[in-house]
Design a binder for this molecule. Sequence first.
Ligand SMILES: [Zn+2]
Length: 388
Amino acid sequence: MQTIQEIYNQALEDILKIIPDNVYFFRQASNDGILRSYSITPKDFRKSLENKYGDFEKFTKNFTTHLLGQKNIVAAFASTPTSFADAWNMKSDELIAEDVISLTKSGGHFQFNQIPYGPNKSGSSLYQNNYAKGLVHSKGTGIIKGFRHKTGGVYEADSLNEMGIFTYATPNNSAGMIDYRFAEYFSKRVRLPYIFLVTQWFKYSTNYEDLNNWIYMTGVAKVCSTASHPHDPIKLQLVSKDEAIKILNDFLEVIQTKGSFRVRPPFPEHLRLGWSYSKIKQDKDKRKKIIDYAVKHRLRCPGDKCKNVFFKELKLSEIHIGHRISQNWNSQNSGVADVHHPYNLYLSCNKCNISLSEKYPTEIDELINKIGTIGDWLMSGLLDEEDK
Ligand SMILES: [Zn+2]
């Protein structure tokens, strides 16, 4: 059983492992295009990790507000991957009306820059033309919100390939490098990718709009790499608005589910349909695969009437498929939950089956979290083992 905090700590361990043993020297061009020399000690890297990610409570609080902010920007402004990539690949500083018409037809979304105005000069730095290209953070959280891209910019490493994958250059300081690596390793551990906004801007002549001679386009990308050196670039893949919103909602749910509950990654649709309660009941082979897995991994019944008997000691007819959320509860609350979802199914012995289903929700989850649901087994290699 893993809590979100344990997963978080594992990601930090992963990052500690890739910190070099010796001082790291490198040369990198800054925004003005001039190559400079830098050095970072192992201690600097560790200090950056501790400063930024040492406090789990603070992180989750900031991350939640960050995710909600991302969700609202994605909902309002995200362009389709196709149109965003087309605009990028034009490699043009300036657009004309005909370009914009084509790009919006394939799902592109444009907006004017946000003019710094008023006492606090409000407005997102994603959409202001007085900022350099590069990283943008969710203000006050230290969490990367996205990247500003200027077509024909100075970072050679920023590129977009035909698969819709960006390679983004790494900042020249240890804190920035650690941010990239955290995004990657936390995503990998929690099995949900970080979502970044990517903006690109173009000159766009608009008469009588003196300060509005620029337009911005927003794309959405998910992290799709795990680097083995702090200074490696990060790889991001463009995704659709729907996919991004789903990931952000899943992330919010995972972050808000604290305590000792198992964090369950999103479940592939073909497995949900193929391994639902009725499919497992009907299909002897599927049922056998599940029981073989439980036997092979020396799993026990989660109930106490049998004193947690090993499944291998039971006859096939004595092993039952239980529902975490019971079918009885479901009949009274129709449509609230998908009770036949593999994440809702677990194995127990015939003696404990009925008594377990009365323990919903917290008690039964604590018991089942120890051995996992059938969905958890499917996600952790039940089918791979079968193939070998
Ligand atoms: Zn039992």
